[in-house]
Design a protein around this ligand. Sequence first.
Ligand code: SAM
Length: 349
Amino acid sequence: MKIGTIAENQIEQNLLDEGLLPTPLLDTQMAYTLARTVMVGTKLGVFEALAQGALTSSKVAASCKTHPSATKKLLNALVGAGYLSANGERYELAPVARKWLLKKSPQSLHDKMLFQLMEWDWVEHYEDFVRSGKPLTVHETISDEEWGIYQRGMRSLAGTWVSEVAQVMPVPKGARDMLDIGGSHGYYSVALCRCHPELRAVVLDLPEAVEQAAPILAEEGMGDRVVHRAGNVLSDDLGTEAWDLVLIALLVHHFDDGTNRRLARRVARALRPGGVFVIQDVFRPRSPEEAGQLGALLDLYFAVTSKAGTWSVEEMADWQREADLVPQEPIRFLSAPGTGQQVAVKPAA
Ligand SMILES: C[S@@+](CC[C@H](N)C(=O)[O-])C[C@H]1O[C@@H](n2cnc3c(N)ncnc32)[C@H](O)[C@@H]1O
């Protein structure tokens, strides 16, 4: 999968094939214009305004409390982008907007769009990063309000592949206790506990995260089967032979190699014999050619926004092996290309 220039007729295709179209302009100006249009449409509530049916631009503007003619420009841009369709003076949602951007949709990326407006500011740091090698330290610097946007954004993202995660997760037979490290919204724990009636989960995250993520988890109505614990995985006691399953999703890219090795050893001690340690993350590709467009771009993104950047499956397996766990073949997600799980098992006593 990749993003790129798509010809809309044969003449354009011929020009594209011959390298006569200015593709860098489409890759840059049109890419950021499209991105900002969809994100701002989401933030202003344009898609929600159209959830019940087609409306004129002035009705959308009244609903969103925005300027009528400027709103019409935005709606026309969203028609061009394929997120709305127009019928005379009325606009309506295209299927892509109804499925992915309405707040109530099960696969809603609404809150991820709002989080991306924060990520927009982060990617402005690319030049400084490449010059200085210094990444951002987002967990140390964001405001309370941004913590809320971040946690809701992560929950929204999790919704797009939670069913695949729940399907492939190697939950040991008879598992009772799960630790979800850096688990934020706790949605993976929720999904797993729903599939495994004997399972309970503790979602460990930083206090600032738990404060914002607690209402998100409460909405799932899991009671004491999935609970938050505010703390820091790098300093908290994880226990001894206390867990059957330990999940760490999208967090190891924030830790350097030594930190991840020490963490793997503490997780190994905290697992019961036969227990499973699952590292779920973006896999760093072995080479830029192997990465493809998305993998290579994400590798840079995580280098800028995390303290360490992504890790390869071989590196993750090495942390697990050094902790006397037995690494398994990596699982690669179909619904999120370039991501997956590096699983290891603690040998039975
Ligand atoms: C990118 S989010 C991933 C959230 C969730 N696991 C998911 O995959 O959707 C990383 C999470 O790790 C948490 N985190 C960062 N440093 C941590 C630490 N030292 N101890 C515990 N949690 C931490 C952050 O607060 C955040 O909620």
